[in-house]
Design a protein around this ligand. Sequence first.
Ligand SMILES: *[C@@H]1O[C@H](CO)[C@@H](O)[C@H](O)[C@H]1NC(C)=O
Ligand SMILES: *[C@@H]1O[C@H](CO)[C@@H](O)[C@H](O)[C@H]1NC(C)=O
Ligand SMILES: *[C@@H]1O[C@H](CO)[C@@H](O)[C@H](O)[C@H]1NC(C)=O
Length: 539
Amino acid sequence: MRIGSLRHAAVWVACLSHHVAAVNHRDPAEGAARMNAYEIFNAIHSAMRQWGSSLNHNGLSTFVATVPAGVTLYHGTWRSTPPPGPEWLAFEIEHAELFAHPRWKFPPRELNTAGSSMPLQRQRGILFQGENDYEVREDGEDEKGYLQIYKTTQPVRLLYLDGTSAANTEMGTLDLQDFVIRGDRNAEAWDEFGRAKSLCDIVTSWGLQGVIRMEAGFEIIKCNFSDSMELVSAIQRPADPSNSDGLGWEGYAEVHPFEWISAVAQRYHGIGGSRVELDFSSMVSAMFYPVNLTNDKSSKPNLPRLWYATEDELLSIRSRVEEVVHERLDGKHTSINWQEVTDLIITRYADRLWFMAERAQSILEFQGELNHLTNTHVDYGEKDIYHAACSRCERHYIRSATPKTPEDHLILAAMEEVTHAICETLFVVRLFIKNRIRIDKLKYNDKVPASRMDELLQSSKKAIRELMDQLKWTRWKECTTCDFHEVCFAPLWPVGDKDSYEQPNCRNHSSIQNSWWDNRYWDMPKMPHAPKPPSREDL
Ligand SMILES: *[C@@H]1O[C@H](CO)[C@@H](O)[C@H](O)[C@H]1NC(C)=O
Ligand SMILES: *[C@@H]1O[C@H](CO)[C@@H](O)[C@H](O)[C@H]1NC(C)=O
Ligand SMILES: *[C@@H]1O[C@H](CO)[C@@H](O)[C@H](O)[C@H]1NC(C)=O
């Protein structure tokens, strides 16, 4: 029994009629927000969180972000001094350490799939720098690596590009920055310096100081290292940590890739330390526009991208991003923390929906959970206990938000769709079970066969499962039983295997790299034209 067919079975619940009214709108933006409601909800829930942003890796939304004064950031490099131009800052020590090595003597040529015994920095050199001559050492250049530590001295305003936006793939991870922000549909996936430089030209002209993106770890592309931060220290690393016996690096190769991933995994549910403030009311999303978000890659039909967006559409999104940045930099605006709204909804419903769909053993157990969730909103003084209760249920968590910006209104529309779907399903299933049991009791003279009750349980579970398929909350992909010093592993660009995307799983330091190389999740774009290295003068 599908809920869809229940709707036609003259089950009248108040929020159903509310819904019909709500989707009769003329505004294309609101229409798009309602159509993409589940994805918008999930994007807000995953913003600046490593977990959901790794699974839903094709980010289509921008936010104005602030790193407050006093935040420590890390930069791994071959220099002992601050870089003269745009460069990367990591939020995690391990992430920056991957880059704290001398430049390569020879450009690595191709991905070596023998991978696992190679020191990670070397793997990364091959994976990341490719044929980018920027990473090639000049004659006579110091063969050193440094970990630089910076502290912000003033709030730093940045543009946050959501999803796994630092992933050099052709899967859609770069669409937002290349197609929308840079207006370049032919950008090379690997041309990171070109990308950093053009992003900086654009966002600094808007009054920002860089961008925040994510790969296996969050990072900032900081356009000017002398601006609003100070160098705390630049300490030299060993030439090759895996071969530095007697220097305190013993065991490096044993634990290292794991240490990086586990540091990143600590940020699955938030960057922590109040290091980034997101202005949720500044969210601009391609999902607010009536754009064709079909993914051209049939292997990833569920992840939206901007492949089929028209130039006009890309331009209107871009001009709205710019407009919003200017508005928000004025600083007079209040902001709604929409992520807290999604957190309250998910923490109330996620585990309970899962229990109902996957674990309830009897209809009574199922009803117990269902009644628990719905009774809150039922006024037993009312004659029809479904009618108003369902509307109260869908308003419950969004009532507190008073939208101010046009984007707030679109986010609210998306939230309404989501809470509506949840409450409608719960109340319709509740009414369905009640009616079925009443009819069966009459039919079987109070001796309803166990098979009938089981059938009822199965169809009720199915209705909840269908709701979960719509909601697609990444909570349901989390591992439940990892030990200390293990991580729940899902592909985090540039590493990970296909199976871990479908079913994230616990890994320790010896199993962390399993299938990274032979069952790779991420596509590896070819480098037909090695990106032009920036010249010294460019930097
Ligand atoms: C970088 O920032 C510093 C400090 O604000 C400023 O003096 C310098 O001109 C900036 N450099 C560029 C290239 O804008
Ligand atoms: C999106 O574009 C593709 C390719 O042109 C097309 O096959 C698909 O039907 C379009 N989807 C929508 C919803 O318009
Ligand atoms: C790591 O995990 C694997 C697979 O679960 C297990 O066989 C192995 O004993 C573990 N190793 C350590 C050092 O815990």
